[in-house]
Design a protein around this ligand. Structure first.
Ligand code: SF4
Length: 889
């Protein structure tokens, strides 16, 4: 701590701060409009000048480090007079209308404070309205260039540039003349940063200022950024980043920041519906719930409880998913309960649990700034987990090394020391070859391996079969790059691995994650900060849904059924079903075979998103009843639903989500659900009550449900609501005194001191290219859309990339005379879809890429029924196809 004197008062302040940071911490309000805690200081506005004893000139407090025994004056009459003059100069850029309409902008606040009037006379011209979410008015720009610094230092995007010199300097975008033509990714950081009316959210201009603000957690990806939701007259009018979020640190991506209006979609369903003769009819809740209960009872009486399946939701809170699986087990009497983790990261959870004892990310997002090397395997964080992607990009700009494994040249590949672009379906030989090099070159961490790793001899023998030259042939990459990647990962430590669905959605998805764990074990990149194996979870609460017990073979806390039976039966006051449950894909098989008669699906469009749609259709057609609970009529309900239960969105309820780093964070209600829509928790409790289990589902609020979760799941016992009001806690957190766990496996693994290397042999998928199907297609998401487009497709984000496209390499496009927008029929062994062509330099020749955000295309008509060998996740990433001009094109 430093001793300083400020305005005649002695203070003790932390070391390493600038004077302005210290003043802000002490609550001494010094004006500044160009300072932004998220970016390097600019010292442009000069308002934060202070007087330091012994110095002739004033100093900008945003740039001067605080030193011991400094004596600082912040509000002398001279300083105050200078500030008033500076604000007078800046006010010439401020129009009276903007000043009055946007009092929250910091220039306007300080002008009001110093009683300086707006004095802009220049006409409003050349306004850039091209961006769907915000507008740029250059006439209001005071040239503080805070937007430039934030765009570079926070997002790493370099959209804004200063052009011209002296008094004629001004802002320009990096590409074209308009924001819409630039490389802007729509994160809104420049809008937050702008202290004037130059950059303003359009929703703020059109709908006015919010009258209440609620802190909550983003309902899109598994990063778990925190938002401040601004509401006016019962409607969301603006969403801003929560500056105190430990995850997002005052930053959001285009989805969290702007794609929030889905709750107001014209096709929102706000009444319960029942299907009668193929037509939906509005009914009262009593009738809809009664219909569901009658269907459950009838199916159960005729075919037994195991002829019913229940699916939890990545969009529901932890508390709601807990109730959903409890409903399945206690009120219906079946372990047939699963969720969409099955089709994304169940392979990660299975591999991590099997090898390390805990099926979750080993480290925290804050380790990004401590990592020296990143291994990004089958993930595209700058589009799919943008806040993590931006943090990785910044750490690489600071000098960290980067290895990217991805068939496409995704954005991070441009920053990479090595980009390995394997043929889809060949991750295993690639990773085994990296292990081969680590062992062959003597790069293993001898101390770590000696103390904590078993099976080295057998593994060494095993990876001899995977020399880089052989893997290079199988994978279509260079052997030299494999060697380079291995050496970097093993020597530039700590090395942090993030992986995505490019690793898991394969025949050998679980094996692929095991092969990654092998690399971390060999190099000692586990149990320490800045390292680990970290699945980037795709949906905000997909991990929460699975961990809450929406899995057929485990209870809340991923506790195996056998192990937890006694404790759960005593807390629930009910016997648990004994029959082995079906996972989601097994439920589909059972439905197709006529053994599963009823499905209750919460917040999940299985028809649109499961692979090989025609097969899913055949299965769903055979059901006696299909109950869908969602906020809009999804494709599953539209084609096969018998009852539709209208659900609240995440903005309309309380509870918690679990992010990808095991952090439990609060979800807070900002709005009332419209019409008769109700929370998933309310609906599930009503069903349970009508099935004779009212007592076990009677909870006053979300906190009370969570307290029951804490009772049955020891690793979450210390995570109380009051403790997660401001920052969330990472499990394991077994007691009220425990601080939560940022890094798993520090001294030992969950079950044992050591972990075993696994020999995962390569088994090629049956889905191969041939003369008839010469292209290999992979699928994924784009920055602006999310999964099936259920939420983003009903917001202004739709204006970016409004349709799915078939992305083709320039070489193949030239060879086949494909031009952008040409409609192509993409034909696989299962069916075909028609998509407009998009020529994309990121795609390799012989490969294609598409998203699956748009129901009208139903891309999963062509994906295959191949599944992961261990946990049945569909092989979405490998589909052999051909392309041909669509009829009439
Ligand atoms: Fe939401 Fe993920 Fe974007 Fe954060 S990175 S704002 S959690 S979608």
């Amino acid at each position: 701590m430093l001793e300083v004197v400020i305005n005649g008062t002695h203070h003790r302040v932390a070391e390493g701060l600038t004077i302005l940071e210290a003043l802000l911490q002490l609550g001494i309000d010094v004006p500044s409009v160009c300072y932004d805690p998220r970016a390097r200081p600019g010292a442009d506005c000069r308002l934060c000048l202070v007087k330091i004893a012994g110095e002739v000139h004033y100093s900008t407090s945003c740039t001067r480090p605080l030193l011991p025994r400094m004596c600082i004056e912040t509000h002398t009459p001279e300083l105050e007079s200078f500030r008033r003059s500076m604000l007078g100069l800046l006010s010439t850029h401020c129009a009276p209308g903007a000043f009055a309409a946007l009092p929250e902008k910091s220039l306007h606040r300080w002008m009001a404070h110093y009683r300086v009037d707006p004095a802009r006379t220049a006409a409003a011209d050349a306004m850039d309205n091209s961006h769907p979410h915000f507008r740029f008015d250059p006439a209001e720009c005071i040239a503080c260039y805070r937007c430039v610094r934030v765009c570079e230092d926070l997002q790493g995007q370099f959209v804004w540039h200063v052009v011209g010199r002296g008094g004629s300097d001004h802002l320009s975008v990096d590409r074209g003349d308009r924001l819409a033509d630039s490389s802007c990714v729509g994160c809104g950081a420049c809008v937050d940063a702008c202290p004037t009316a130059a950059l303003v959210d359009k929703s703020r201009l059109h709908s006015g200022a919010a009258t209440s603000w609620t802190r909550t957690t983003c309902s899109y990806c598994g990063v778990g950024c925190e938002l401040r939701v601004g509401v006016r007259e019962g409607r969301i009018v603006q969403v801003l980043p929560e500056p105190k979020s430990p995850v997002s640190k005052g930053h959001l991506c285009s989805k969290g920041r702007y794609a929030w209006s889905f709750g107001e979609a014209p096709d929102r369903i706000v009444h319960p519906l029942v299907s009668s003769n193929g037509r939906w009819q509005r009914v009262a809740w009593e009738e809809a719930l009664g219909r569901v209960v009658t269907q459950i009872q009838a199916v159960r009486a005729a075919s037994g409880p195991d002829s019913i399946g229940v699916l939890g939701s990545a969009r529901a809170t932890n508390e709601e998913n807990y109730l959903i699986q409890k409903l399945a087990r206690v009120a219906i009497g079946t372990n047939n309960v699963d969720c969409c983790a099955r089709v994304c990261h169940t392979p990660s959870a299975a591999a991590l649990k099997q090898m390390l004892g805990t099926g979750a990310a080993t480290n925290s997002f804050d380790d990004i700034e401590r990592a020296q090397t990143f291994l990004i395997a089958g993930a595209n964080p700058t589009e799919n987990h943008p806040i993590v992607g931006a943090r990785i990009k910044q750490q690489v700009r600071r000098g960290a090394r980067l290895i990217v494994i991805d068939p496409r040249r995704v954005e991070l590949a441009h920053y990479a020391d090595v980009h390995l672009a394997p043929r889809p379906g060949t991750n295993i030989p690639l990773l085994n070859a990296i292990a081969h090099v680590i062992i062959h070159d003597g790069l293993r961490d001898r101390e770590f391996v000696g103390a904590r790793v078993d099976g080295l001899d057998m593994f060494t023998k095993f990876v001899r079969e995977y020399p880089p030259q052989l893997a290079a042939q199988i994978c279509g990459v260079s052997a030299r790059d494999i060697v380079k990647a291995a050496r970097l990962y093993a020597t530039q430590k700590p090395a942090m691995c993030f992986h995505g669905l490019g690793m898991t959605e394969h025949l050998q998805g679980t094996a692929g994650v095991m092969a990654l764990v092998n690399l971390a074990l060999l190099t000692g990149n586990l149990g320490r900060t800045g390292a680990g194996i970290n699945p980037l979870r795709g949906q905000n609460n997909v991990q929460g849904a699975a961990v809450m017990g929406c899995e057929p073979d485990s209870l809340t806390g991923s506790i195996p059924l056998k192990e937890g039976r006694g404790r759960f039966e005593s807390v629930w006051g009910a016997k648990l079903p004994t029959a082995r449950g079906l996972n989601l894909l097994q439920m589909i098989d059972a439905a197709e075979a006529g053994r599963l008669k009823m499905l209750y699906v919460v917040g999940y469009d299985i028809l649109l998103t499961l692979a090989n749609v025609e097969r899913i259709r055949r299965a769903l057609r055979r059901l006696d009843a299909l109950v869908v609970q969602d906020f809009v009529m999804n494709e599953t309900a539209r084609e096969f639903g018998t009852v539709f239960l209208p659900a609240a969105t995440a903005f309309e309820k309380d509870g918690t989500f679990m992010n990808a780093e095991r952090r439990i964070q609060r979800v807070r209600k900002a709005l009332e659900p419209p019409g008769l829509a109700r929370t998933d928790a309310w609906i599930v409790a009503e069903l349970a009550s009508r099935l004779g289990h009212e007592q076990a589902f009677r909870f006053k609020d979300a906190q009370q449900i969570w307290n029951e979760v804490r009772t049955v799941w020891p690793a979450a016992a210390g995570i109380e609501y009051p403790r997660i009001e401001s920052a969330g806690l990472q499990w394991p957190c077994p007691s009220q005194q425990h601080p939560g766990t940022a890094v798993l496996h520090a001294d030992s693994f969950a079950r044992r001191r050591s972990a075993k290397l696994e020999c995962v042999a390569y088994a090629p998928t049956e889905e191969q290219t041939d003369a008839q199907y010469p292209f290999m297609l992979t699928t994924g998401r784009n920055l602006y859309q999310f999964n099936a487009g259920t939420m983003t497709g009903r917001t202004h984000n739709r204006k970016f990339r409004p349709h799915d496209t078939i992305d083709i390499s320039p070489a193949d496009a030239a060879r086949l005379h494909v031009i952008p927008g040409l409609l192509l029929r993409v034909v696989s062994r299962r069916g075909s879809v028609v998509l407009p062509a998009r020529i994309d330099i990121r795609v390799k020749a012989g490969e294609l890429f598409t998203t699956f955000h748009e129901p009208m295309h139903f891309v999963n008509r062509i994906t295959s029924s191949v599944r992961d060998q261990q946990v049945a996740t569909p092989e979405y990433k490998v589909t052999a196809v051909r392309i041909e001009p669509a009829d009439g094109a």
